[in-house]
Design a protein around this ligand. Structure first.
Ligand code: SF4
Length: 563
């Protein structure tokens, strides 16, 4: 403890004995503060000095009766005097260890935080300083620190040391891990939804008006749908999806996949059917309803036994869930559609995104679904961070091949949106992003639209597509007199546009600009109020409304299908 005692004596000098005494009702805490660690760099590049920030907080806590010390790892790196941080952590049973973080020293500081967790697993770890304040979510999510201090540390650190309730302490952010619902609670919570009084009919009426004279039974079956969910999460862990990670990161532990029991699900469906006479379809919107084949077969049997198969059903599924036995049971229970994350017809891309689905399993399942007349809606992602132009072309061609048969439906997205909580968000930095104002505040916010592909040709494709998509889609909606421009209806347009761009890139008829600083419009390709694509939908639809009915719509040989 030589080094740390030396530092403490310098700080407190002869005044140590005159400090105010701690309120005797409170526990005196042993508190260690560690300043940012830049090794010898600070000493070499500047004029090295004692870390006044942590010294001030430590001295204030000592004055209030706690035993606070500080350690400057930079001084130790230079003079090697006294014990290092590891030894200091071992020598004293610290109640609290506080770290001051800077942007430039963040990685080294985080190493020190993990070292403290390893040696003093029961100590409360706290982070403060500029970097901790402005980056508190990462600090709380990715380090064992439980609290981040906002602004000056004296008041919150003293109140933490004095065991105040966290709710009463100003200037702290506390990570309080979530508790996942048990099976019993999951059933109870789902059952407590007031299914009988939800105003589904108001939602359906919007579409009846939208379709006007095109409204028919097929459309009514799609629209008069009630969504039910029965599972808490999906365990597969695809790299672009946050479903697997939301609960596990929130709870900081392993969360089992919890499912509503089949009986409880049947009970909910009966309530819905009794209360909403015009419901036509039940949509099981779990990320992967079919994941447990035995459970799904039991559910289908109960649907048949309870004569609920006068309703139609649809659900999310993975290709790998579906074999002939499962599909035949789905048919008996009157499943008519499955929403399937096919994503790509390229093995390379499926591996890249962690889909855990061999490409050769896709076609047999899609054909089996046709045999049983259960329509698949294929979710397709055209570009990923490492996609090559051949992968895109293969997926475009195969999807077009399928949707030429109106039995098959597809929903197309051009690329991966870097959603927080996904592996791709953590692994890539090259995002198509923009900064926008938050209306009604003085703040700005950064929005990340897509991950640019690393391959220059694919990046060019993404860019041209995003620039041209809004006009192309608007014209498509107008020319085809589309009342409800949903994903399935617009799929041919997206695919044909991408196909055209690929041809141009392959024939070298456009200039390949590979720099990443090309200017892009804000929110291109995203669908939120006033985004370029949103405005294309609205403009296209407004013109469509004024036109007469056109029931035999076709686009470049593809019949436009209804979702
Ligand atoms: S994309 Fe589908 S299969 Fe993959 S993790 Fe998300 S929900 Fe699960």
């Amino acid at each position: 403890m030589k080094n740390i005692k030396h530092q403490k004596n310098v700080l407190f000098g002869k005044n140590v004995g005159k400090l105010e005494k701690l309120d005797t009702k409170l526990n005196k805490k042993k508190i260690l503060f560690v300043s940012p660690y830049s090794g010898k760099f600070a000493a070499l590049s500047q004029f090295h000095a004692p870390p006044l920030g942590v010294m001030r907080v430590a001295s204030y806590l000592n004055k209030k009766g706690h035993e606070a010390e500080y350690f400057d790892p930079n001084l130790h790196a230079c003079n090697q005097k006294g014990p290092d941080l590891e030894q200091i952590l071992k020598d004293t049973e610290w109640d609290i260890v506080g770290f001051s973080l800077l942007d430039e020293t963040l990685l080294e500081d985080i190493k020190n935080i993990y070292l403290a967790k390893k040696i003093r697993p029961n100590a409360l770890l706290v982070a403060g300083g500029v970097e901790a304040q402005f980056n508190y979510q990462q600090i709380l999510d990715k380090t064992p620190c439980k609290i981040v201090i906002l602004g000056e540390g004296e008041i919150p650190m003293l109140m933490i040391a004095n065991d105040h309730n966290y709710n009463d302490i100003p200037g702290i952010v506390v990570k309080n891990p979530a508790k996942a619902l048990s099976q019993e609670l999951f059933n109870e919570a789902t059952d407590s939804i007031p299914w009988e009084t939800i105003n589904y009919e108001d939602y359906w009426a919007v579409y009846k008006e939208m379709y006007g004279d095109e409204w028919n039974k097929e459309i009514e079956d799609s629209v008069n749908t009630i969504r039910v969910f029965s599972r808490n999460r999906c365990p597969i862990g695809c790299k672009y999806c946050s479903s697997t990670f939301q609960l596990t990161l929130a709870t900081e532990g392993k969360v089992p996949v919890i499912s509503q029991t089949e009986e409880s699900l049947i009970h909910v469906i009966k309530r819905i059917k009794n209360a909403h006479k015009n419901v036509k379809m039940i949509y099981l919107t779990d990320d992967d309803f079919i994941i447990n084949k035995r459970s799904v077969i039991r559910f289908c049997k109960l649907v048949v036994e309870n004569k609920l198969n006068d309703l139609k059903f649809m659900a999310f599924s993975r290709i790998t869930d579906l074999n002939e036995e499962v599909i035949s049971w789905l048919k008996k229970a009157n499943f008519v559609k499955l929403n399937i994350g096919v994503e790509s017809f390229s093995e390379r891309v499926l591996k890249e995104v962690g889909k855990r689905c061999p490409v050769e399993e896709i076609d047999p399942v899609l054909k089996l679904l046709k045999k049983y007349n259960i329509r698949p809606f294929m979710n397709i992602i055209l570009t990923t961070p490492e996609t090559k132009i051949e992968d895109v072309e293969l997926t475009v061609d195969r999807t077009l091949e399928y949707i030429k048969d109106p039995f098959y439906m597809a929903g197309i997205i051009i690329g991966i949106q870097p959603l927080k909580g996904t592996i791709f968000y953590e692994e890539y930095t090259n995002f198509k992003s923009y900064i926008t104002d938050i209306e009604g505040s003085s703040f700005k916010i950064r929005r990340d639209d897509y991950i640019w592909a690393t391959d220059p040709k694919v990046k060019k494709l993404q860019k041209i597509y995003l620039e041209t998509q809004a006009d192309f889609i608007k014209n498509y909606i107008q020319e085809n007199n589309i009342k409800h421009p949903n994903q399935a209806v617009l799929a041919p347009a997206h695919l044909i546009l991408v196909k055209q761009i690929i041809e141009e890139i392959k024939n070298d008829t456009i200039n390949l600009v590979t720099s990443s600083d090309q200017k892009s419009a804000e929110g291109e390709g995203r669908n939120f109020a006033n985004s370029p694509l949103y405005n294309a939908y609205i403009d296209g639809q407004n013109i469509t409304k004024k036109r007469s009915q056109n029931t035999a719509r076709k686009f470049k040989g593809i019949k436009i299908t209804t979702a």
